[in-house]
Design a protein around this ligand. Sequence first.
Ligand SMILES: Cc1ncc(COP(=O)(O)O)c(C=O)c1O
Length: 351
Amino acid sequence: MAKPLYYFNGDQTKANLDFPHLGFDYTRCPYRFEAVYEFGVWRVRGLLEDNQLHLPEGSQCVHYGQQLFEGMKVQTGADGKIYAFRPRDNARRINEGARYLCGAEIPEELFIRGVEEVTLANLPFVPPHGSGAALYVRPFWLGVDDNVGVKPARNYIFRIYVTPVGPYFPGGFGPDQGKSFMVSKYDRAAPHGTGHVKAGGNYAGSFLPTLEARSEGFAGAIFMDPAEHKNIEEIGAANFLGFKNDTLVTVDSPSILRSITRVSLLEIAEKVYGWKTEERLINLDELDDFDAAACCGTAAVLTWIKGITDPKSGRSWEFPYDERWVKLYDQLTGIQTAKVDDPFGWRYEIK
Ligand SMILES: Cc1ncc(COP(=O)(O)O)c(C=O)c1O
């Protein structure tokens, strides 16, 4: 069971943090949620104060990358309530990963209970409405065992920590906030490998490409399809979107992560605005015919792209600020923070 919580000023008191100026950085919050899988059953350890992990040295997560994580945001709505956004989709995605990495799936109700408990336990760290910040929720899953062979673990740790964060790309969403990206010569995932699941190993391999892009003055790297390097895959921890004539086009590929933000934006585009949408391969050269570009994800929200450069071909593309991104951004963030109705049932009320 949850430990008693000791915030003497009442649970609505906010932590003494400069919420409007937070970066996308880690702040240690008082509580994390943990469950362990042993002898074939999940057991809830509940809320812990210790932010350290204690693992067997032979653990598969340490040696063989049997590890998964998720990321979502909890926000204070305009109505003062605390909301998560589509947390069951994150639960389903981590379990798709657990099946692929041959480990124990997390019961959806356990996942949701963890998100709720850890949020409520750290309530003073949930940024106030209008601060531009959010409580980033980071569930993760580790294969742990006394082990040496290359085989799946018998035991698992499921932990969720939270941390208040500001925007991933600082500066908000305005005409002067477009970002430029560089096409990378590296791949983040193999053509039919782990790219579609949120396994930690996919991300270590993106450090170098991202650092190289940043050292050239770009906001990040664009990955191309790993088989032929012809089609756009995704951008760091965000999916790609673009407008070609009147159609919102996004990428369909087995080696990208299916962004929950992207599928939400597609649904908003179709059902709220009546726009045409497509999910398909996007050849890099097809950018000639695109009149707007953007990337999206939990961290990036929706960020418009003003430039893409491909050092290999020497080609570059420029895109204008487009009002259609503003419409999508306002609707998505409006639903997340209860500023507009949620016809899709995506808001998940925690308190
Ligand atoms: C590789 C990658 N692509 C895309 C995304 C965006 O996905 P979502 O919108 O579900 O956060 C993420 C973040 O989770 C990611 O890590």
